[in-house]
Design a protein. Structure first.
Length: 387
C-alpha cells in the first residue's frame, strides 16, 4: 500500500474513532461480525463512515469519478429515456444517491430543453454533506430550476414516474461467502491477537446460506472460492415494488449477469476499495476513508424485483443504452467537430461507451409497473446481454 497517498492527521483521527466503534461492535457481538455489518459501518456510520463523514468523494479531488463528472452528455442522453418514462406514467423524478448533484442539474437542463420538466425532482440522499453539495451545485448551475428539487429522508410511501439510481447498488453492504472443500462459510470480521481487524469464517447459516445454496458456485479442488451475496440490494429493489405505482426504475452500475458473476476464474470475488483514485483490495485500511464496492449480480436483482411484482423492462450495456438514447446526437450539438469543446466531449463519450472503458463494464437494468411501451434505451441492437 506504499503507493497510496497518506491521509491527513484529521482524516486519520476520524478513522481511529471509527475503528474504536468497530472494536466495540465486534466485542459486543461475541468477537465476530459479518462483513456486511463491517461494510455498513465503514461506509455509513453517522459522522464517521465514508459517505457520512464529510470527506470529498467525487471528481478529481475525490476518490473516483462517475459518469456525470465525465461529461454532461451522460445526463443529456439519459434525459431522453427519463422523458419517455414520465410521459408514460407521471411527470415526476426521484434520483437515489445523487452524488454531487451534477446529474440532476444536467437532467433538468436537458428536460427543460425538451419541454419535459418534471413537476418535482426528488433526491433521496442520507448524507448531510452530499445534500449540501447537491444544493450548491443546483443553485449555481440551474438556479431557475432548483426550486423543483426536494430532498427525501426515506423511500416514499408511494410514487410514480422515473426513478434513477446511478452507482447505488454497488455500495450496498454485502455478505461474503466462502466455498472450501464442499463446505459453505460466511466470512466476517474479528480482532486478531494484536488487536487488529482480521478475517474470520463461520459456517454459513440463515438467509446467507439459503441464498448461496441457490447459486451454482464453483467448488475448488484446492484453496477456496470467495464471492459476494447482496441481500441488502435485493431487499432494497423489492421494497420499491410496494411503492412504485406506475413508472420505471433505471439502475445503472457495473456488474454481470449471474452466469458471468460466479465464474471459477473469479475466485477472489469482486470486492474493491478506492482511495484518491487508487484501487486496492484491503477493506481494513483506514476504515471510513475508503470507498468499498462490489460488482452487481444483475440476475439476482432482476429476480428479486420480479418476485416482488415489478416487470423487467430491459437490460443492456451502458454503451448500447446511451447509443439508443441518442448520445451521439447530443454530441453533435456541441458544435464543429474540430473544436476543442467537441474533441473533449467526444473523448468523454468514448470513455462512456467503449468496451475497454465503461461501455461494457456498466449495465443498465429497467424495472417498472404499468409501463407497456418499449423503452428507448433497450429498443435496438442488443442480442448479447441476457439475465
Amino acid at each position: 500500500m506504499s503507493r497510496l497517498p497518506p491521509p491527513s492527521a484529521d482524516a486519520l483521527a476520524q478513522s481511529e474513532r471509527l475503528l474504536g466503534l468497530l472494536h466495540s461492535e465486534i466485542a459486543a457481538s461475541g468477537g465476530w461480525i459479518p462483513f456486511s455489518r463491517y461494510m455498513e459501518l465503514a461506509l455509513y456510520a453517522p459522522g464517521l463512515g465514508y459517505y457520512s463523514g464529510g470527506a470529498r468523494k467525487f471528481g478529481p479531488g475525490g476518490d473516483f469519478i462517475t459518469a456525470p463528472e465525465l461529461t454532461p452528455l451522460f445526463g443529456q442522453a439519459l434525459a431522453s429515456q427519463v422523458e419517455q418514462i414520465m410521459r408514460a406514467s407521471a411527470m415526476q423524478v426521484i434520483e437515489v444517491g445523487a452524488g454531487t448533484g451534477l446529474l440532476a442539474a444536467d437532467l433538468l437542463l436537458e428536460l427543460a430543453h425538451r419541454d419535459a420538466l418534471p413537476e418535482q425532482y426528488g433526491i433521496l440522499e442520507l448524507s448531510a454533506e452530499l445534500r449540501e453539495r447537491q444544493f450548491d451545485t443546483l443553485s449555481s448551475r440551474v438556479p431557475q430550476l432548483a426550486g423543483r428539487v426536494h430532498w427525501l429522508d426515506t423511500l416514499p410511501d408511494a410514487c410514480s414516474g422515473a426513478v434513477i439510481a446511478n452507482e447505488v447498488l454497488d455500495v450496498m453492504p454485502v455478505h461474503l461467502v466462502v466455498v472450501r472443500q464442499h463446505s459453505l462459510f460466511e466470512r466476517g470480521v474479528a480482532l486478531g491477537e494484536d488487536g487488529r481487524l482480521c478475517w474470520a469464517d463461520l459456517p454459513a447459516a440463515g438467509a446467507v446460506r439459503t441464498a448461496a445454496e441457490q447459486l451454482t458456485l464453483p467448488v475448488p479442488q484446492t484453496g477456496e472460492y470467495v464471492t459476494e451475496v447482496n441481500l441488502a440490494g435485493q431487499a432494497w429493489v423489492a421494497s420499491w415494488a410496494d411503492r412504485l405505482q406506475k413508472g420505471a426504475m433505471l439502475l445503472i452500475d457495473y456488474g454481470y449477469p449471474q452466469a458471468e458473476y460466479y465464474l471459477p476464474s473469479r475466485s477472489s470475488g469482486t470486492l474493491m476499495c478506492y482511495y484518491r483514485h487508487h484501487a486496492h483490495a484491503d477493506p481494513f485500511l483506514w476504515p471510513g476513508l475508503n470507498d468499498i464496492t462490489e460488482f452487481v449480480d444483475f440476475t439476482a436483482v432482476a429476480e428479486a424485483a420480479h418476485e416482488a411484482g415489478l416487470d423487467v423492462l430491459g437490460y443492456t450495456s451502458q454503451a448500447q443504452f446511451l447509443f439508443n438514447c441518442g448520445v451521439l446526437d447530443c454530441l453533435a450539438r456541441r458544435g464543429p467537430e474540430g473544436s476543442a469543446d467537441y474533441v473533449r466531449a467526444a473523448r468523454a463519450v468514448q470513455r462512456l461507451t467503449t468496451p475497454q472503458e465503461m461501455g461494457e463494464l456498466f449495465k443498465v437494468l429497467a424495472l417498472g409497473r404499468g409501463v407497456d411501451i418499449t423503452l428507448q434505451g433497450f429498443a435496438r441492437g442488443d442480442r448479447l446481454h441476457t439475465l
